[in-house]
Design a protein around this ligand. Structure first.
Ligand code: TDO
Length: 182
């Protein structure tokens, strides 16, 4: 299960080793000891799953400290563009956007640490996304950044007229005004 660093500290890309045979395939979707060996120490305690149609953009979301969440994200079905934004004020990459396509086919996973906003867009007809979290959902700690923030300038790879967002996500603040205790 190769775990590779990205150009943002503590943000990791995981590509499981897939075993194919006449029956189909097998892979370890998560193995705590492999992560520990790579120096990544998180204890996942909640799994979330969502299903969305083409054009949906969910995000950008985070939970504030002390309820910040590390997330290990993958697509069980379909293709998504997964996006993480570094919100750690003292980080050398503060405000940097990282995006990667995660799909049922490429089986890639993104490990997003505390201090990041997270979102994704759905590139296929439908997509099912599963992410492990190391902290429980805490509604009062929820924070967010507007998906079309001018400074972040994220390309969600969905034409403007085809983007679908929740009412909640349409009124999130700009990156520079977002609540941030990271
Ligand atoms: C996130 C979450 C939501 N909910 C409830 C609240 C609400 O009624 C319903 C749908 O919630 P939302 O609209 O916030 O779902 P969604 O927009 O999919 O929110 C998620 O977006 C992605 C990008 C993330 O990174 C997640 O952390 C989470 O914020 O589910 C839970 O019960 N537990 C949870 O952990």
């Amino acid at each position: 299960m190769p775990i590779t660093s990205t150009d943002i500290k503590d943000l990791w890309l995981i590509e499981p080793r897939v075993f194919e045979d006449t029956r189909g395939h097998f892979f370890e979707a998560y193995n705590q000891s492999v992560f520990e060996e790579a120096g990544i120490h998180h204890r996942f305690i909640q799994d979330n799953q969502s299903h969305s149609v083409y054009g949906v953009i969910r995000g950008l979301h985070y939970q504030l400290n002390p309820n910040a969440q590390c997330k290990l994200v993958r697509a069980l079905h379909g293709r998504i563009l997964d996006v993480a934004v570094d919100m750690r004020k003292h980080s050398a990459t503060y405000g940097r956007v990282f995006s990667v396509e995660l799909s049922a086919e490429n089986k890639k996973q993104l490990l997003i640490p505390h201090g990041f906003a997270h979102g994704f867009s759905v590139l296929s007809a439908t997509a099912t996304v599963l992410y492990k979290c190391d902290a429980f959902y805490h509604k009062e700690s929820e924070g967010g950044v507007i998906y079309n923030d001018a400074d972040l300038a994220i390309d969600w790879q969905i034409p403007e007229g085809e983007q679908i967002l929740s009412e909640k996500d349409l009124v999130l603040p700009a990156f520079k005004d977002a609540q941030n205790n990271f």
